[in-house]
Design a protein around this ligand. Structure first.
Ligand code: SF4
Length: 626
């Protein structure tokens, strides 16, 4: 049979329109129909509530007409359309409402549904069997609708256990949250948290790679939750992933550590702050400081690796702070802490309207002390934000210089040393710190038996073979990502410049305003000057650093900038320069919280463009946590 000839025209994919009135629609009045359809859509997603009761809504009437009742559904609402006949809100989460602002950071459609209902209720009243019903809230109906792709980190479940804390640190960041900040801490009962965690656990699917949409969770101490161990045990049955728990150590008794030890793999961020009982008591108002202090040898005994965290706060005087820092670091080193993390202290204007200390003086004194201590102890000490140290001491940025080595790691055993600069990994030349980290991480994941690392040491090139099976505590392949090598922070990925060039080309922009931060700017400037992508000089790129007006105090981190800070900065630049750029580019990291490009106040980045009238593009880049 002859083959059919190839069609010269495409098949027409055609679909019918339904022009007859839908039998489900109760009215020919388009405005009425708009209200009805909106209500139906909303009631497909949420169940209205009043007090502790779920409401079964079947009709509505316009507020201007007290008589006529309109049906919402063509058929009687059934289980699909309501929570049941006047049923009580499930025991799960009946104690209170979730915070819409907090939820909206990750799931702004909830805020949208709320706004839609509020708007509808300004023109209609809801009815049940002919009687008006009062509404004061709504609940999500079918949680399967709210499942999202997820990395399934266990903290997505147990992170909702921390609505309280059993210490009262003088520097507690929670005291400095702006009132309008979406991460305002929810005052919730332990029961409500427990119910939420059980529900999140139900939808948590590490094999499928999804879970319930997240919110910011609770930011205090999760180990204080009365049922935290039960949550962790249930979670362990669902995932083999490491539980990374941040704790102040107040409850790390021998019995608790033994119990935690059964849940391995586990990793603790232990905020010891001071190994001196009297100073820890003063700093954290911990009435039993010896519990946390004595926990370090017990963690070692149970082979639970941990980072020991210190916030050096200039309590009493800077010399006293530094002296205590040195003895606390020595204590952690003596008990095989995996890493020692020094969080440079800061505060917002909501924490204190007065200047509490000179930031430069305190930070530079801490970093100088840390550099001195690194020469004396074996445990790696990282200072956060690490770029502060880099800017202060390293003329060249982004260099893959080894800052520390995890004890008993493959890298330590092979003979790498602090100060070595990595030049190649398994024969591949390395040009920047992020590249070195990336290659080391690939090797760690590859499950190879060995790895080659070439370094420059005092002008000489040396090659080391790392035996990846050669390790013991505190090194752990569950948490170490770079074979035990600790570099000075993440650094700046050079592919950001390619993305920047693509954005600029797509706008054919000749004059670009790039908004950076105090810490990243020197690194970014170096990358820009050295990049062949911008060698022609055709594009003028002005780099500005917005001020953190929203947080105020001594906060100056780029990732804590909000939409209004960017708007203020651009307006101030326009006034100063007297000319307008063709394009504004902003790193995306302040908008990385959810998928919806919102800042910490819940405002979307597009507001910047709307307000300044210049195209604004986000440069896609990862949040720098170190
Ligand atoms: S342990 Fe953390 S949450 Fe608790 S008071 Fe201290 S800083 Fe605040």
């Amino acid at each position: 049979m002859a083959e059919e000839s190839v069609a010269s025209e495409d098949y027409v994919f055609r679909y019918p329109l339904q022009l007859e009135p839908d039998s489900r629609r109760g009215s020919q009045d388009p405005l009425l129909e708009m209200l009805r359809a909106q209500l139906e859509n909303i009631l497909n997603l949420v169940v209205p509530t009043s007090g502790e009761k779920e409401l079964k809504i079947d009709g509505f009437k316009l507020l201007r007409d007290r008589e006529t009742i309109y049906k919402i559904f063509a058929r009687q609402p059934d289980e699909e359309h309501a929570g049941g006949e006047g049923s009580q809100i499930s025991n799960r989460a009946k104690d209170g409402f979730q915070d819409v602002k907090n939820a909206a950071l990750y799931e702004p459609r909830i805020e949208f549904i709320k706004a839609q209902q509020e708007s509808l209720l300004s023109v209609i009243a809801l009815e049940k069997e002919g009687k008006v019903v009062g509404v004061d809230g709504f609940r999500l109906k079918n949680l399967k609708d709210w499942v999202v792709p997820s990395a399934c980190d266990p903290i997505e479940v147990f992170g909702y256990a921390g609505a309280r804390c059993d210490t009262d640190c003088v520097f507690c960041y929670n005291k400095g949250n702006p009132p309008s900040l979406a991460l305002g801490v929810l005052k919730r009962s332990a029961t409500e948290e427990w119910e939420e965690m059980l529900t999140r656990l139900k939808y948590f699917s590490p094999t499928g790679g999804f879970g319930l949409f997240p919110s910011l969770g609770d930011t205090y101490e999760v180990l204080t939750h009365p049922k935290i161990m039960a949550v962790l045990r249930q979670l362990r049955r669902k995932t083999p992933e490491v539980f990374k728990i941040t704790t102040n150590g107040r409850l790390l008794t021998p019995a608790k550590i033994a119990e935690l030890g059964k849940l391995q793999p586990l990793y603790l961020y232990l905020s010891l702050n001071s190994a001196s009982p009297s100073r820890r008591r003063k700093l954290m108002r911990d009435r039993k400081p010896e519990v946390a202090i004595n926990a370090l040898p017990l963690l070692r005994e149970r082979a639970i690796p941990y980072t020991m965290v210190i916030v050096p706060w200039p309590l009493d005087s800077i010399p006293e702070m530094l002296e205590d820092l040195a003895s606390t670091v020595a204590y952690a080193d003596g008990h095989d802490s995996h890493v020692i993390q020094i969080n440079l202290p800061g505060y917002s204007k909501y924490f204190s309207s007065e200047k509490l200390y000179d930031l430069e003086e305190v930070w530079s004194a801490i970093v100088a002390k840390v550099r001195e201590l690194r020469e004396k102890i074996a445990t790696p000490i990282v200072v956060m934000p690490s770029m502060y140290e880099e800017n202060l001491y390293e003329e060249r940025k982004n260099v893959p210089k080894v800052m520390g080595l995890v004890k008993n790691s493959p890298a330590t055993a092979a003979g790498l040393m602090k100060g070595d600069v990595i030049v190649a990994v398994n024969g591949l030349t390395v040009a920047s710190r992020p590249q070195a980290r990336h290659l080391l991480a690939l090797l760690q994941e590859a499950d190879n038996a060995s790895a080659q690392v070439t370094v420059k040491r005092k002008g000489r090139s040396l090659e080391f073979t790392l035996n990846l099976q050669n390790f013991s505590y505190p090194y752990s392949p569950n948490v170490d990502r770079h074979l035990g090598i600790v570099l000075m922070g993440t650094g700046l990925r050079l592919n950001y410049l390619e993305k920047l060039r693509d954005i600029i080309n797509s706008y054919k922009a000749k004059h670009v305003l790039f908004l950076s931060s105090t810490l990243v700017k020197p690194n970014f400037e170096q990358a820009l000057v050295e990049s062949p992508l911008f060698a022609s000089g055709e594009t003028q790129i002005d780099i500005e650093v917005p001020r953190n007006n929203f947080f105020g105090g001594n906060v100056f981190m780029g990732d804590l900038l909000v939409v209004q800070d960017f708007i203020d900065s651009i307006k101030e630049y326009l006034e100063r320069k007297g000319k307008r750029p063709d394009l504004v580019v902003i790193p995306s990291s302040p908008f990385n919280l959810g998928q919806w490009k919102r800042d910490l106040t819940g405002r979307v980045y597009l507001d910047i463009e709307r307000e300044v009238g210049i195209p604004v593009e986000l440069l896609d880049c990862a949040t720098i946590y170190d």
